[in-house]
Design a protein around this ligand. Structure first.
Ligand SMILES: [Zn+2]
Length: 198
């Protein structure tokens, strides 16, 4: 999915290292077949090690354990793919901020391929101190709004699970107008054989 936010996360991590600031990267694990070690990687080849977050991971407890191991509070938490966090996990992150004074930066998508909020994103919109939008541009020049899921023919997929585990689905960020127009065009194309027989 969108690489701009991952690139920004990695740039942030790099800046922290340059200044000697301590941080930890974390990322939700959607597929339990993935290994125990993970990296956050960008298309331009930068990567950083990260810790997996499973759906039942208690992030508050994870932070406490980390602080005990390091014998001090870690100042920064960088979370990739934060849309996949559960509501409860976002609440746990807020408690890490409030109880320990750490800072948590979550990078993620606002909505899914059908334009609906993800659970983690919804909770972040509700309780985060600040929200910064990473803007990107559609091929038509407008601001992208929708992360459309596309099939092998390049058509927008309108049905299916919010998260497809182990699937080969691809995504393209488009503006709301192009998203609508392409779906109208697809619908017209799909009904064409019917009208042909009339
Ligand atoms: Zn557009």
């Amino acid at each position: 999915m969108g690489s701009a936010k991952t690139a920004l996360l990695l740039t942030t991590a790099y800046n922290f290292e340059e200044r000697g600031m301590r941080y930890v990267c974390m990322k939700p694990r959607l597929d339990t077949r993935e290994g125990s070690r993970s990296v956050i990687r960008s298309r331009i080849g930068i990567e950083r090690e990260c810790k997996w977050i499973d759906p039942d991971t208690d992030l508050y407890q994870t932070a406490q354990t980390l602080f005990e191991e390091n014998m001090s509070v870690i100042e920064w938490f960088l979370i990739d793919e934060a849309q996949f966090l559960t509501e409860r996990q976002v609440d746990q992150l807020s408690r890490i901020v409030d109880d320990f004074g750490s800072n948590v930066i979550c990078f993620g998508l606002r909505t899914d391929f059908r334009s609906c909020l993800f659970e983690g994103s919804r909770r972040l919109f509700e309780i985060a101190d600040t929200i910064d939008e990473i803007k990107s541009t559609c091929t038509c020049g407008r601001k992208t709004i929708i992360n459309a899921r596309i099939d092998q023919n390049g058509d927008f997929v309108e049905e299916g699970a919010q998260v497809e585990i182990g699937g080969n689905e691809r995504y393209i960020a488009v503006c709301r107008k192009c998203w609508r127009n392409k779906r109208i065009e697809q619908a017209a194309r799909q009904s064409l054989p019917l009208s042909f027989h009339r």
